[in-house]
Design a protein around this ligand. Structure first.
Ligand code: FAD
Length: 444
């Protein structure tokens, strides 16, 4: 079997490795347009925070690892078109064009940062650093910038604000919603983080949508309906869009240009699959699919596609959008539905909050937790954690509870370890379940 995978990042690499395990004799070709693989998109923050140097060390995978597993890695090769019916792709390498046939094809060309809505956002001074070439440009420009505008207040914008503050820059963050990380947190949970950022100098421009960026003699001019700001550079910290210019008309797409796939990640052509940032994923808490470009979705779809390559056996279970990061001394993590999204959920929802001290080993810091659940069934839908102690791993436990459709009753009784130095007498994730039950009882 000849398997061709286009795109050698999280999705493509995880698919290649999983296919190699399942099909030891398959011929696997991994085609990548860049000259290196494995760059970690958030690597620029690690670099500026002096966690790595040089920047190339921000790498999750080496070329040798793939070569050792007999995966044929074709770098500097850009797929430009395809004939899905004839099972052929065309790629460019060193200005020449080549054809390649396949038995199975996997589209893993991911996404890039661009916007048609913001005029001028393609300027070199509007920094995009998902891939290494953009990162080199961003590092140089940020070193020489005193005043930086961030366009977008999601995880990328929040992390950039944190990094730039530490570097002593003047930071302005533009966000069309009225608080930071709104997709993942309810306002009261993220408020302390935001207040800390303000106290350290971040200027938030909430409820402001950037419409235009102009490179003027006086600097980079950022314009919204409400205000104008001159700065030295800007960071594009908004949604990414799929890279799919090479598709032919037989591959069905959604209106947002993601590839249409069934539950087995198969496109409208039986031998062609799509994974990672090329597709929408089913949201596990509703019957809808959404574009949720996250590494964990890329990796998991890569693993699942290997199972379905020859026979459709393993549906992709979907995503509940689990994230975590650290911003100005606060660890913040979220999974599943927020309370703000609750009005779109089929059933009525309830929430409960818990405040608890972290373990002795992590400094007895306050942990603020929130759980969101169905009022009637008590099914857990989401959770959020914010603390100066490192609580990031705890969100994975909550995510599993949500993904397994557990109720508060089941969840508060789950097993947990106790150690006098490393844990609490009651683990906060259990306590959240318990508090949820009491909040319902009190309401009744
Ligand atoms: P991509 O990583 O986009 O990779 C696609 C690959 O295909 C690339 O190597 C590209 O060069 C190649 N390619 C594209 N077109 C062609 C072609 N025509 N021919 C050949 N090769 C091609 N997610 C998280 O979960 N956690 C984070 O902390 C996080 N941080 C992020 C920080 C930034 C700044 C950005 C922009 C995104 C971040 N994300 C994060 C999102 C995450 O990067 C993506 O979800 C993830 O990279 C998707 O992986 P992928 O393999 O599907 O695609």
């Amino acid at each position: 079997m000849k398997v061709v995978i286009i795109g050698a990042s999280f999705a493509g690499v995880s698919a290649a490795l999983a296919i190699r395990k399942k099909y030891p004799t398959a011929k696997i070709y991994l085609i990548e347009k860049q000259q290196t693989i494995g760059y970690l998109p958030g690597g620029i923050n690690l670099y500026f925070n002096e966690a790595i140097d040089p920047i190339e060390k921000a790498q999750f995978m080496s070329e040798q690892h793939l070569i050792d597993r007999d995966i044929c890695l074709m770098l500097n090769s850009k797929v430009v078109s395809m004939d899905s019916k004839q099972h052929i792709i065309k790629y460019e390498k060193k200005k020449s064009e080549f054809l390649m046939s396949f038995d199975k094809l996997i589209l893993a060309t991911g996404s890039s940062q661009w916007s048609q809505k913001i005029l001028g956002s393609d300027s070199e001074k509007v920094l995009k650093y998902k891939f290494l070439p953009g990162v080199f440009n961003a590092i140089e420009r940020l070193k020489n910038s005193d005043k930086v505008a961030l366009i977008g207040g999601g995880q990328i914008g929040g992390e950039a604000a944190d990094t730039l503050l530490k570097k002593g820059k003047e930071v302005h963050l533009f966000e069309r919603m009225d608080y930071l990380l709104f997709k993942y947190f309810d306002e009261e949970m993220i408020q302390p983080v935001q207040a800390e950022m303000v106290s350290r100098g971040v200027v938030f421009h909430f409820d402001e949508t950037v419409e235009k960026v102009t490179d003027t003699k006086a600097g980079l001019l950022i314009e919204t309906k409400k205000s104008q700001l001159l700065c030295d550079s800007a960071i594009f910290a908004m949604n990414v869009r799929p890279n799919l210019d090479y598709l032919d008309e037989n591959i069905q797409t959604h209106t947002d240009h993601t590839v249409f796939v069934n539950e087995y990640l198969q496109t409208s052509q039986a031998d062609i699959f799509a994974i990672g940032d090329c597709i929408q994923v089913p949201y596990s808490l509703s019957k809808e699919s959404f574009y949720i470009p996250l590494v964990n979705n890329a990796v998991r779809t890569g693993l699942v596609v290997a199972q379905n390559l020859v026979e459709p056996t393993t549906p992709f279970t979907g995503s509940i959008r689990t994230i975590g990061t650290k911003l100005v001394d606060y660890y913040v993590a979220s999974t599943g539905l927020t309370e703000a999204e609750g009005s779109f959920h089929e059933q009525s929802i309830s929430v409960a909050h818990v405040q608890q001290k972290s373990s002795l080993s992590s400094g007895c810091e306050k942990i603020c937790g929130k759980i969101i659940f169905e009022k009637e069934s008590h099914k857990i839908l989401g959770a959020q954690l914010v603390s100066k102690a490192d609580i990031l791993e705890k969100i994975n436990t909550l995510a599993l509870g949500v993904q397994m459709g557990q109720t508060l009753e089941e969840f508060y009784q789950k097993d947990f370890l106790y150690h006098p130095y490393y844990s609490n007498v009651i683990e906060i994730t259990n306590q959240l379940g318990f508090e949820g039950l009491w909040s319902v009882a009190n309401e009744n």
